[in-house]
Ligand binder design. Structure first.
Ligand SMILES: [Fe+2]
Length: 389
């Protein structure tokens, strides 16, 4: 199943350091970026303790910035002002996807003279960054968004009820330091939702109309690893081998989505996350099956020879482990896994049926939707929401 597109560009982090125990290198790697750092963490300050230890050993100066949840535009603006006034040389983020996005946005905004709205897509002017971002080191503690490999930071604007991206080719982290042991002990619910986000970020690029040979390689490697280890890590949070597979899969998902886009799952998940307090991974997981069904039905009806259908068949094989599995077998695996791992339905997050039309309108305008293998009508997207409701 070679990709029809032979031309591509691929821009991974300059340096990728992967493996259990590698967090001990945080200090020396950060020292290679500058003498003083801003360390961005989440609410659980203990999680970054191994990073501080490594910083101390390397003799680094650092200040800390805490992000409580999904970062807002005003939070990263304040973080960048602090980094600027303190004169830090580089930014390090250690945490889940929200923390990495916050650190990435702060590193990008600190050297700019213009306000963040000059650079934000959709709700801002979407202009290119004026100056190079500060060097950024990303250290994920969940296997989820793959933000350690991407060139955008997702920010929430409560005033607009939207999640939008700050995006630039220069925002790829300088160093991705991925230590799977940092995710040991993550609770089962969070392991399931973040892992299913990463799996979605491999399945959507796999069938994306913008797929290329490099992203295909990421998906071929990542999907089977996520599938074989997600259940194990949910059942036994201390299983390092499973955590290592998930961390690698999530990183590959970031590489894949950054270079071939996503699809209708993320197209819908963006506006839902902007308007409701709903964890991104759980929303993606709830939408994954319904979007799979909608895409396959639309492709089969309108373009039965479409390459994406063959790719859905291959994905079904990876998901079920059964050679020759049908597309419907793949869908059944998703439906059963989502149920077994207790992913809540969309109604759990406070959505109402009367919200559907506005969510569909925003989804159709999103950048993620451009990767979907076939155009889905508003009516079909409403049906997807109803099925996930
Ligand atoms: Fe995602």
């Amino acid at each position: 199943m070679p990709s029809p597109a032979s031309a591509f560009e691929f821009a991974p982090p300059e340096r990728i350091v992967f493996g259990p125990g590698r967090v001990t290198q945080a200090g020396t790697l950060t020292a290679s970026l500058g003498n003083s750092a801003m360390l961005v963490t989440g609410r659980d300050l203990r999680r970054a303790e191994p990073v501080r230890e490594s910083f101390r050993s390397a003799g680094l100066n650092w200040v800390e910035w805490v992000v409580a949840g999904e970062p807002t535009v005003s939070e990263v603006r304040a973080g960048a002002e602090a980094a600027r006034s303190l004169g830090v040389d580089c930014v390090v983020a250690c945490g889940g996807g929200s923390v990495l996005d916050a650190g990435k946005a702060i590193s990008a905004l600190t050297p700019q003279t213009g306000d963040v709205f000059r650079f934000l897509e959709i709700i801002g002017l979407g202009l290119p960054l004026e100056n190079q971002p500060l060097p950024f080191l990303a250290m994920p503690t969940t296997a989820g968004t793959g933000a350690e490999a991407t060139r955008n930071a997702v920010l929430t604007s409560p005033e607009h009820s939207l999640k939008v991206s700050l995006r630039s080719p220069n925002m790829v982290p300088r160093i991705a330091l991925i230590d799977p042991s940092l995710s040991l002990g993550l609770p089962p619910g969070l392991t399931a939702s973040t892992g299913l986000d990463a799996l979605t970020q491999l399945l959507e690029p796999w069938v994306s109309c913008k797929a290329n040979g490099m992203t295909d390689a990421c998906c071929r490697e990542g999907i089977p690893r996520m599938v074989r280890s997600l259940g194990k890590a949910i059942t036994d949070g201390q299983n390092l081998e499973a955590r290592t597979d998930l961390a690698y899969g999530a990183f590959l998902s970031g590489l894949a989505l950054a270079h071939s886009g996503l699809g209708a799952v993320h197209g819908l998940a963006g506006p839902i996350g902007g308007r409701f307090q709903a964890p991104h991974g759980a929303v993606c997981a709830a939408l994954l099956g319904p979007v799979w069904r909608a895409n396959v039905e639309t492709l089969s009806r309108t373009t039965p020879g479409h390459l994406a259908l063959e790719r859905y068949r291959q994905a079904a094989h990876w998901l079920t482990g059964i050679p020759g599995a049908s597309i419907n077998d793949g869908l059944r695996w998703i439906t059963e896994s989502v149920r077994e791992w207790q992913i809540p339905r969309l109604s759990h997050h406070g959505l109402r049926v009367s919200d559907f039309s506005e969510l569909v309108r925003s989804a159709q305008a999103s950048s993620s939707m451009k990767g979907n293998p076939i155009r889905l009508t508003d009516e079909v997207l409403s049906q997807v929401l109803a099925e996930a409701y």
